[in-house]
Design a protein around this ligand. Structure first.
Ligand SMILES: [Zn+2]
Length: 216
């Protein structure tokens, strides 16, 4: 089974991806991770990508295309994969279809995580990150034992500059502008499964598992 997971910042996409990979042994395809590893490996693709990012530009679609083709051609894809963070635009979604067709593959389901904006803003603005070890806490749902101090290493906890309401609004607008078109594209194909992701992670994951059970 091949899945695509989509969700705005704060919907728990990262957590759900981790749980899915653990439970179903999917190959995880994240263009963000792939770019980072290509860059640290200094591969020709990585060097090209780096030059765009150094200028503060988006990595162009043809580079992402090459990255995806290379990844989807590897053997472990046959056991099923989870696409995360791609496609982000309608053009990328259409391109992905061509790539998959050529390789004899297809997307079986799109998991769309939905969280109310009010819940999202609570999740994001309450997040605190350790300056030293990167551990993540939340002032309501996962507080540190001592306020402002990391449970794991004693480091100082801080609020990331983009974890503010204003920044969330900007990120949400950007997300909806591009990703809604991607979701619509797959809606037309009847592949989208809307998941109410307002609940705690265990409950959300159970809902996803129910969807997958029906599909298999
Ligand atoms: Zn820490």
């Amino acid at each position: 089974m091949n899945l695509l997971i989509v969700g705005a910042p704060g919907t728990g996409k990262g957590t759900m991806s981790e749980l899915l990979i653990k439970a179903y042994d999917f190959s995880h395809i994240s263009t963000g991770d792939m770019l980072r590893s290509a860059i640290s490996a200094q591969s020709p693709l990585g060097l090209k990508a780096q030059s765009y990012m150094d200028e503060g530009k988006l990595v162009p679609d043809d580079l992402i295309h090459d990255l995806i083709v290379e990844r989807l051609s590897q053997d472990d894809i046959q056991k099923g994969f989870l696409l995360d963070g791609y496609p982000r635009t309608l053009a990328q979604a259409e391109d992905l279809d061509h790539i998959l067709k050529r390789l004899g593959l297809k997307i079986d389901a799109v998991i769309d995580l939905n969280v109310d904006e009010e819940v999202l803003s609570k999740r994001i603005t309450g997040r605190r990150v350790c300056k030293d070890c990167g551990s993540i806490f939340h002032i309501d749902t996962h507080p540190s034992q001592k306020e402002g101090v990391c449970d794991n290493c004693g480091g100082e906890l801080y609020q990331r500059h983009d974890d503010t309401l204003e920044s969330l609004k900007t990120r949400l607008d950007a997300y909806h502008q591009s990703t809604q078109k991607v979701v619509d594209y797959y809606l037309e194909k009847g592949l989208v499964h809307m998941i109410d992701a307002n609940d705690k992670p265990e409950t959300v994951f159970e809902k996803i598992q129910e969807v997958l059970k029906e599909l298999s």
